[in-house]
Design a protein around this ligand. Sequence first.
Ligand code: ZN
Ligand code: ZN
Length: 393
Amino acid sequence: MRAVVFKATRQVAVEDVPDARVEQDDDVVVRVTSSALCGTDLHMYDGRTGAVPGMVLGHEGLGIVEDAGRAVHRVRRGDRVVLPAHIYCGVCFNCARGDSAACLRVHPGHVGGAYAMPGMGPFRGSQAELVRVPFADANCVVLPGVPGDEHEDDFVLIADAWVTGWHATELAGVRAADTVAVFGAGAVGLLAAYSALLRGASEVYSVDLIDERLDKAAELGLVPVDVRRGDPVEQIRELRRARAGARLPGEEEMEGVMAGIDAVGFQARDRSRLGTEDPRQVINDLARLVNPTGRLGIAGVFTTTDAAPAPEGGHADGSLQVPWAALFNKGVTVGFGRTHDRRYTTHLRDLIISGRARPGQIVTHHESLENAPGIYDRFDRRVDGIVKAVFHH
Ligand SMILES: [Zn+2]
Ligand SMILES: [Zn+2]
């Protein structure tokens, strides 16, 4: 089968590799119709998170079940399925409580597993013609329709980008009428902000520094905030003041937001020198911006194995200096971590089917799998206005 293979830092190739096949009785093999490129792929591409040459990349896949082991009961050959990035068994101590990203069986001796991520198990990725799905009854979300229909882009985003964005709004406890700020307007950030709107937020600010992403934010009904124009915390406070109506006593002290989301992660830019990384930048900004009694969701990736930590503020093991006292004094609740896909996938699928949500609006580029090396390069250099690229197989 053809597959996108990691060769070395900033080098991927499309190559022939052995076909994915049923290895355990509870596996299926899926013929991939769409796979998406993700910022997490770039962490590997950039040589930051320990990708091993020869890895088949991709953790966002949609396709048709081609073969099924004899112990698979819920999905059959011919079913259209999306494959959530974080693989889980469905029955262990953590899965049973819905904490599927912390599955204790999928990668023995570790917490959680995923396709094509260093340290997350031996699972090959879905930027390939075929992909093996372990614990298939748990890890296939069955979908209506046929490949290439109007929901192809919507459904592929259930594999990771939208569930991660939705999870961020859960971590930040977004409720109806909340004011929300999302730092980072890549696919996850945009879909976190879009999720906040779906959950009834009153104002949603989307912070970034790339024109096409800020344009997309505006298209989705978010308020774009351009970091290149100055301190985003002050910009948002200013916008909030301009919108304020009749206030309750003391409300002027609440000119920040009730919920904040980090959708950037460890490669955040230092705002005073935008060409330089500072992994503390976003948490520092969020700690200033969040209102007393507010909530933060940290959904951007942080790694304990950074091969090239930022010169200031970075640390190979991911240790960060954070404004703990500010968060304490404001009584802020902070949530962290990977998305528990199992909790959200079928709900998000149904929002798409009912027509309430069209996450596929954020997809800007469609490419053939054979063009993967060029798209990796352009996405990595943030050129060509790529917000989200999907490979059609
Ligand atoms: Zn992803
Ligand atoms: Zn499990």
